[in-house]
Design a protein around this ligand. Structure first.
Ligand code: 1CP
Length: 337
């Protein structure tokens, strides 16, 4: 055995036949053992910063399923929190953020920021020590645009969003987020992360003309900052819902890996052989009783990517009403295909 996910990023080891698998939001409310630990923690941010509990829920999905990676249990909004913006998670509503103080935000220093997240890094170190060496440990961060949307909209942009800032201010704030995200990723790697995934979950609401300054450029700069220190650590980007712009994103940003959302039409992809492709399958299928449909969809992705470098995943996170037996079926099917 070897580390199957890291091997995918190694040009000298083209294990074409073997498809590794992990799932976005593989830890979460569909697991009773997660709900149990979650119920002992009132505030979600404190839960993420509880070394023992966050380590344990990171490892829970690997105890149940034959997954190839653990993703550290944390949240993208910990960056906003560590930069001085209060974040609360309201049940059945989502995150609620305190108004952003632009000046205080722009002046936050590296040491202060890293210090507020020190438990996150300790949890990373702890999980790496507990995890088998053949399993990949994934660190992550939200991308600048997505963090900015929460920072200024003060809640999920799902239903409405308003940034209330002029473009020059938006660019200044994005630049600061580039630093914060880079610091956070580098610190995670220092503490044991093998791979970084950047979640640009709200890239899809950017108008086409602004995709370069608001999405591509910030993701590219973070990759450059990481590579200056850790040239061999792969970075996977997830610019969710950018539709037909996915191939130009790959050309312009040059990530090691690209994670596909479930709206991506794989037939229309212009495959770049330098890049590892990941994900795509609709997560809602795992909430159904239709096992045949799950296998049929999984097979569609596996067959399409059979001669390419591919990591199996979903096109977005595991949903809370997902059935455990469906995840079991899917993981076993992919591992034996
Ligand atoms: O009630 C609960 O238990 C909280 C649910 C929950 C969980 C399990 C939240 C609140 N965050 C997380 C953990 C989490 N979030 C992980 C680590 C664990 C894993 O993947 O197994 C990761 C990688 C994230 C990333 C994250 N958080 C993203 C990017 C991925 C995506 O879903 O697009 C985003 C947008 C967030 C914000 C966030 N955090 C939590 C919620 C409910 C949301 C979404 C808010 C919204 O709808 O806008």
């Amino acid at each position: 055995m070897s580390n199957l996910i890291l091997d995918k990023f190694d040009r000298n080891k083209i294990n074409k036949g073997i498809v590794p698998i992990w799932l976005m939001r593989q830890a979460g409310r569909y697991l009773p053992e997660y709900k149990k630990i979650r119920s002992n923690n009132k505030e979600f941010i404190d839960f993420c910063l509880n070394i023992k509990d966050s380590s344990e829920v990171t490892l829970q999905p690997l105890k149940r399923f034959n997954l190839d990676a653990a993703i550290i249990f944390s949240d993208i909004l910990l960056i906003n929190y560590a930069a001085g913006q209060d974040v609360k998670f309201k049940e059945n509503f989502g995150p609620v953020l305190q108004n952003l103080n632009d000046e205080a935000f722009l002046s936050i220093e590296k040491d202060v920021f890293i210090n507020k997240l020190s438990n996150c890094y300790k949890s990373m170190r702890n999980v790496r020590n507990l995890l088998h060496k053949d399993k990949t440990l994934i660190g992550f961060a939200g991308s600048p645009w997505t963090l900015l949307v929460y920072a200024l909209n003060l809640k999920s942009p799902k239903n409405e969003f308003n940034l209330n800032r002029k473009e020059d201010v938006i660019l200044k704030l994005l630049n600061k987020f580039i630093d914060l995200v880079s610091w956070h990723c580098i610190e995670q790697i220092k503490n044991g992360a093998d791979v970084i995934q950047l979640f640009d979950s709200w890239a899809g609401i950017i108008e086409n003309e602004k995709l370069n300054p608001f999405c591509e450029n910030p993701n590219k700069k973070i990759i450059e900052n990481i590579k200056k220190i850790y040239p061999y650590v792969p970075v996977i980007c997830f610019p969710r819902n950018i539709k037909d712009n996915i191939s130009s994103f790959v050309t312009n940003v040059k990530p090691d890996g690209i994670s596909l959302d479930f709206n991506t039409d794989i037939q229309k992809l212009d495959i770049d052989s330098n890049v590892v492709y990941q994900g795509g399958m609709r997560p809602d299928l795992l909430t159904t009783d239709d096992e045949n449909e799950i296998i049929k969809e999984a097979k569609r992705y596996l067959d399409f990517f059979k001669d390419k470098r591919y990591i199996f995943n979903l096109g977005h996170g595991v949903l809370p009403n997902t059935k455990i037996k469906n995840v079991e079926k899917l993981v076993n099917f992919v591992k034996n295909y």
